[in-house]
Every structure is written in C-alpha cells, then in structure tokens.
Design a protein around this ligand. Structure first.
Ligand SMILES: C[S@@+](CC[C@H](N)C(=O)[O-])C[C@H]1O[C@@H](n2cnc3c(N)ncnc32)[C@H](O)[C@@H]1O
Length: 440
C-alpha cells in the first residue's frame, strides 16, 4: 500500500490554490478522494492548507525578515514549502520545530534541488531563532491587516463601518475554524427523533442559537460519512442562511421564484416549509452549479423545484406569489468558511456587484404579483451591496414598500430599520443581510 505523505499533499494543494486560483475547499475534497485519505490525514492536511492560506499575508511578512531575497523570485513549490514551514512552527503547537524543518527540507529537495533545500533549512532555522524579535507595523490598519492577515482595503472598510474592537472580533471569527452548522430536513427526518439519535450517538452538539431546526456539531466528523447526511436528513447551512427563507415565509401550494438558486440551500428549506407542495422555479446562470443543486435537492427528497439556466438580469416569466433574490455578492460575511476568499476579492468588486444586484432586483420587480413579497438577501457586510441597493430600488419603484422583519424573525437579529443583519461579532453567526419588500 502506498504511504501517504500528508505534507506533500498539502503542498500540492497550496501550490494549486496559488497558481491556478483553485478553491481551497473543493481542492482539499478532490485530493482527499484521489488519495483516499484517512480522517486523520485529511484533518492534518486541512489544518495546514486552511491555516497557511488564511495567514498567507502574515506568514509572508514574517518570511520577509528571514529570507534575503524576494519570496516571489522562488518557484511556487519552494515558496509554499516555506509558508507551510512557518505555519507549522508558529501556529501549530503540537509539531516539534525540528520535525517541521526536516520535513520541509525533504520536500525542498524533492520539488527543487540541493540549493533550495539548503535555503529552506537556513530560512526556517533563522526564523526559529529570531521570531520573537520580529516587530509588526505601527500604523493601526496596517498592523491589523498583517497580524490578522486580511487585505488592507477590507480592514479599512471594517474600521470605518464597525470601529476597531468589532473589526478585531470579525478578524478573529473569520480566522477560527468555522463551526459545523446544519439544518434538519423535516421531509426526511423527524426533529425529535433526530435529536434523540444524536444524543445516543455520543456526538457533541448544540441546538441552533436562533432557529429551532438548526444544530451545531461540536465533534469532528467527516460529514460525507455521517449517516443522516447521506440519507438527506440534514443540509449543511449556517443559521444566517435560514433567515431569508423565514422572512419570505412561503406556504404550501404557492408559486415561488428563487433567483440565483445554486447550490439550492434556501430552495431546500423553502420546499420543506411548503411541505413539498406547490412549485418553486429556481434560476441560476451556471449550468455546472445547477447540476450540484439537482444532486442536493434529490438527496433531500425535494420534488417541487424546477431548475432553469438563465441570467437573472433578463429573466422573464409570469408573476409569482413570492420571490427570493439571494444575490451574487462579495461574500465578505462568509470569509471564515472559504480560506482563499479574502485573497480573491478586490475592492472594485463592491461597486460592480452593487450595480449587478440593483439590475437584477429591478428586473425581478415586475415578476412579483400585487401584494406579493420579494426578499433580497446577501452574505456580505458592505453597505453598498445591502441597504444601498434596497434604497436605490425603492427610489425607482414606488409600488414597493419595505416591511419590518420583526414579525418573522427573532428581534435580536432585526435592526431599527426592520432589516435583518447578522454580524459574527454580535450574533455569533456568519455575516448576512436580508430585507423584505412587498408590492403594493
Ligand atoms: C449566493 S449564491 C446563491 C446561494 C443559493 N441561494 C443557496 O441558498 O444555496 C449566488 C448564485 O448566483 C448565481 N449568479 C450569479 N450571477 C447570476 C446572474 N446574472 N443570473 C443568475 N444567477 C446568477 C451564481 O451562479 C450563484 O450560484
């Protein structure tokens, strides 16, 4: 049997994330399947890949003090061996420093030559010797950006919106291992029975903080091997993602439109509230993502969703009772779940996406029947993409009004304007925004 070299696999994944801009979660999953990794190996590799990716900026800053040349002048292999080495030495308590150095040197010989392995050896040893002498930038925003490892434009935007204390909390939340949160699918599982089974399984868990059919798993489990997951009894979803559905409040037999449906998390919850009766039309621009949506909905036993590949900016149809627009956004509320997301996002995207969101929302308006509801939601934190879009929409469409979320959702999550806004630092949920509009 082939012996798995976990660090070598972690290196290959990191190199692919950097040079091919692959998504970290998907790449880890693909390599796990390809190498049939044990739970232990997969956890170790995930920790190194996710940690090294999230802390890339801080690690590169630290390397700048012990590497005598430009990090970018090295091959991606050697660069990522050094990054992984620093991560193991500075962030992982259980790895002895000599082991981290030796393993890195071996990799540098395999993916480089004698010269590069000597370089890796010298750099990591110097780092171990001098790491406590390295100072961080004095400027507040630069310091937060390097220490917590986020692009500076994000830090600046959070500092001006939330202040220093909450910015630090936000950074810490996104750098932590994300919690495992899921919804119990009542079409396939009874909530009471499910909880009884969970108790008997000795797995550690916690009930949802705000929504009764959500749970947090505190034990480490590979979800694909978790029986209720395979059987469609649960769907992995943060509690914040359930809120737009509760605000839309779909009923059995209604005719619903879910624009931007993929991968189907909210459509699944809607179908559940509708007791699998009525009709949901789910639109998405990506055929590939619709394929995943189909698989997810099948697993959950959902029969009422018809999937349509189309551009929501131009989509037209007859009118619907209720519409959910879960818009494409910068995703700054879910940075903790996607290790590479912070490096992918550029500040210019905020403006571009706000324009797209407004275009889609305006096109959608005509598809809502009179007295029907339209819920607009995002998983981001920027004002431009959230209130900004809703305000501009209402300026152009005086046949719509904003309706307070207080009658639908736990008041702790509703702001003074009646909109749902979740912040990691305040509610311990991913960041999100939701607003209910009604056609007059
Ligand atoms: C935030 S995700 C939706 C998540 C989904 N509602 C759920 O709960 O699982 C945004 C989706 O919008 C889709 N999208 C982006 N631009 C679009 C457009 N112009 N028309 C339709 N879908 C679009 C993306 O493919 C992506 O699947």
């Amino acid at each position: 049997m082939r012996k798995t070299n976990s660090r070598e696999i972690a290196l290959k994944i990191l190199k692919e994330i950097e040079t091919e801009l692959s998504f970290a979660n998907e790449t880890i999953l693909r390599f796990s399947k390809r190498f049939s990794l044990s739970d232990l190996d997969r956890r170790f590799i995930t920790e190194i890949v996710v940690g090294t990716t999230k802390y890339r900026k801080r690690i590169d800053y630290l390397l700048g003090f012990v590497l005598k040349k430009d990090l970018l002048s090295l091959t991606p292999w050697i660069r990522n061996i050094l990054r992984m080495g620093i991560y193991q030495i500075d962030f992982m308590d259980r790895i002895p420093h000599p082991a981290a150095v030796d393993e890195s040197v071996k990799l540098a010989l395999k993916f480089g030559h004698k010269g590069t392995s000597s370089l890796v050896n010298a750099v990591l040893r110097n780092f171990i010797r001098d790491k406590n002498k390295i100072g961080y930038p004095k400027d507040k925003s630069e310091y937060l950006s390097v220490y917590y490892s986020f692009p500076q434009w994000m830090i600046n935007s959070w500092l001006s919106s939330f202040g220093e204390e909450d910015t630090v909390e936000l950074c810490r939340y996104f750098n932590r291992r994300p919690n495992i949160c899921f919804r119990v699918n009542s079409l396939k599982a009874d909530l009471g029975e499910f909880e009884k089974a969970l108790k008997n399984s000795k797995l550690k868990y916690q009930r949802g903080l705000y929504l009764e059919n959500f749970f947090y798993l505190k034990s480490q489990v590979e979800l694909e091997n978790f029986l209720p997951f395979q059987a469609g009894g649960i769907y992995l979803q943060d509690e914040s993602a359930g809120l737009p559905v509760l605000l839309l409040a779909p009923k059995p037999k209604e005719n619903i439109l879910d624009l931007c449906v993929a991968p189907g998390g909210k459509a699944g919850f809607m179908a559940e509230l509708m007791d699998n009766k009525g009709r949901i039309r789910g639109v998405d621009i990506s055929e590939k993502r619709l394929e995943t949506t189909r698989e997810n909905l099948n697993r959950l036993g959902i029969k009422i969703v018809e999937l349509i590949c189309a551009d929501a900016k131009e989509f037209s149809f007859s009118v619907f009772d209720r519409i959910l627009l879960d818009a494409p956004c910068t995703g700054l509320g879910v940075l903790g779940r996607n290790a590479d997301l912070r490096w992918r996002k550029k500040s210019e995207e905020v403006k571009r996406l706000a324009k797209l969101q407004l275009e889609i929302l305006l096109n959608t308006a005509d598809l809502v029947k009179r007295s029907g509801a339209l819920v607009y939601s995002t998983c981001t934190l920027t004002r431009e993409e959230n209130d900004g879009v809703v305000e501009k929409f209402l300026e152009k469409r005086d046949d719509f009004k904003k309706v307070s979320a207080k009658n639908f959702i736990d008041k702790k999550l509703v702001d003074e304007k009646g909109m749902v806004r979740t912040f990691p630092f305040e509610h311990k949920l991913d960041g999100s925004f939701t607003c209910r509009l009604e056609r007059i």
